[in-house]
Design a protein around this ligand. Sequence first.
Ligand SMILES: [Fe+2]
Length: 333
Amino acid sequence: MPQTLTRAPARATAEAFGKVSNLEEIYALLATLDIENGWAKREPSMWPRPRQNFVPAHWSYGPAKAALEAAGRYINTELAERRNLILANPIPGNTYATVRTLVAAYQMVKAGETARSHRHTANALRLVLDTAPGTYTVVDGRKIPMVRGDVLLTPNWCWHAHANESPADAYWMDILDVPTVHLLNPMFFEHHEEGLEPVTGTDEQGAFRYAFADSVVRLEAATDIAPGRREIALLNPQGGPAMATVGLSVTRLEPGVKLVQEPSTASAVMAVIEGGGTAEIDGKTITWTRGDAIACPAGLAQTVTAQSRCYLLHATDEPLMRALGWLRPIPAV
Ligand SMILES: [Fe+2]
């Protein structure tokens, strides 16, 4: 049987446009040239203000910790690059991002385990939730202790591994800019050829670790922004944001004190280092406690109220939005 060849429609010539008698004919000819008309678009390309595409959401550490403990019976670090639980914002079709630009995940490394070295262009940080002495991260060959409340960085293209030489399973929350990398597409990832990168020394202090003990001291020395509210930025050694795409701050609130954030184009994840309280975002009331994560999407006002003295980590895409000239308040409708 001879094969039937499907012919692509002929591409319209300039001459063809000279003979049209209506707009529909122009559209048909444009289609053969892979051109869309810009005056009667199928979908608008601009709109007056940001669309609300992510919703406020809350994840409790308690059940996530139990889930990781259970998963630890079936998943080892040979099978999984990382044993983690992705906090995917509950909007239709989303299985990954926590807010538009960031993803948060809980991770566990069991006593005696290592999570092998890899590196990626995505910027990452972790808030240490539960560890015992002997748990550490290796960043570019430097061993960095993981102590409860610490914030550790593994910026763009730094090798990193995790090791737990303690008798207790170790838990933390990762926050990465992977959704931003997905949007812009500069994704690179590779494993270290030696499995676990060689350790050249230990850094108790340094550019990759914000020890919680240091943050507590800094907050103690800081002045109130408002009665009962203090805040410090976790900056890089040059004085800029912690990482190119992610800014970090720690807020201390006394019991009963409120933190009000007006809506802007920035998205954030709030992670609870210590304490408990409530949050109101877009009419949704959330009750949070230590280790919990809260998605604070762009465009929504938030009011956080402390019930006990609390320390809150905010990871925000503000540096990215500011660098691009897109950090703006979003007025209420
Ligand atoms: Fe990683």
